[in-house]
Design a protein around this ligand. Structure first.
Ligand code: SAM
Length: 271
């Protein structure tokens, strides 16, 4: 499938930039269009660390899925999953345990079309197009229910998606709705943009550039992100910057300057 085929299959509006495709562009992917690249360049100009911040987050995703797989988690609900790129959740989880089951959820049509294409031969993984704010709809979705058994522990991933949810949409309550649907022993992983770092001014400029391009985000602080884990016991090392969470390589992005990731993360196990 060519890029034009993806776009046609996904029914893309070429005039609107998308967070998923900007992220794809910054990670070196090819599922993005002129409008996305133009906005990415504007935001990156305001926030030069952003492509590396995206890499640091993606690296956290790989580590967290490995840790959850090692902890015995065999089902993953990946909210705001993005466009498949190197090291996707199903690849990592099914490499660790082939029986692992994964549902990807994203609002972006390209992300979902591309995910479904690469999952065509994988009967233990699926992707649905949905807005994470519609928690009830997602939790009752027939595809989700056919892949995920909610009587068993689930790993819920909310990685760099909650900062697209404004305060008016009550992100804390949203996370609690997902929490209440999973059994004790399930895990929640969050990564979230923050201005509480030495590079806060750069992040603020990036947020302003995003707002001008109609991609608003709400950065949050450590205290608020910690509250998202109400009802969970945080596993080590707790709430930290992304590169500080169980680093496995000296070469990880921002390993020596973790706060430059401008991304606070945590992983908790449901009580
Ligand atoms: N979670 C992946 C990761 O961490 O590598 C992708 C992160 S990407 C920066 C953010 C993703 O969230 C995009 O794919 C975007 O389409 C998706 N997203 C933003 N708001 C959303 C919403 N309300 N519902 C579902 N997905 C959303």
């Amino acid at each position: 499938m060519t890029n034009a085929d993806w776009a046609a299959a996904a029914d893309v509006d070429f005039t609107l930039p998308s967070a998923a495709r900007i992220y794809d562009y910054n990670l070196g992917g090819s599922h993005n269009f002129a409008v996305d690249r133009a906005v990415a360049e504007q935001v990156n100009q305001a926030m030069p660390d952003l492509p590396l911040i995206h890499r640091a987050n993606r690296s956290f995703l790989r580590r967290v899925v490995r840790v959850l797989a090692d902890a015995g988690i065999r089902q993953f609900l990946d909210m705001g999953s993005g466009i498949p790129t190197v090291g996707n959740v199903h690849e990592i989880a099914q490499r660790a345990a082939p029986e692992s089951r994964i549902v990807y959820v994203d609002v972006d049509p390209v992300a979902v079309t591309h995910s479904n294409a690469i999952l065509a031969d994988n009967d233990r993984a699926a992707a649905i197009r949905a807005d994470v704010r519609n928690a009830t709809g997602i939790l009752e979705d027939p595809t989700v229910r056919s892949v995920i058994d909610f009587s068993q522990p689930v790993g819920v991933l909310m990685l760099t998606v909650l900062h697209y949810i404004s305060d008016e949409d009550h992100p804390l309550e949203l996370v609690r709705t997902y929490r209440d649907a999973i059994v004790p022993g399930s895990y929640l992983a969050i990564s979230h943009g923050t201005m509480e770092s030495s590079t806060g001014d750069q992040t603020k400029a990036g947020v302003q550039a995003g707002v001008r391009s109609k991609i608003p985000t709400t950065m949050r602080g450590r205290a608020e992100i910690t509250r998202m884990f109400d009802g969970f016991d945080l596993i080590e090392p707790g709430i930290v910057f992304a590169p500080e969470w169980r680093p496995d390589s000296l070469n990880d992005t921002f390993r020596d300057e973790p706060d430059r990731s401008a991304t606070i993360v945590g992983v908790g196990v449901k009580r």
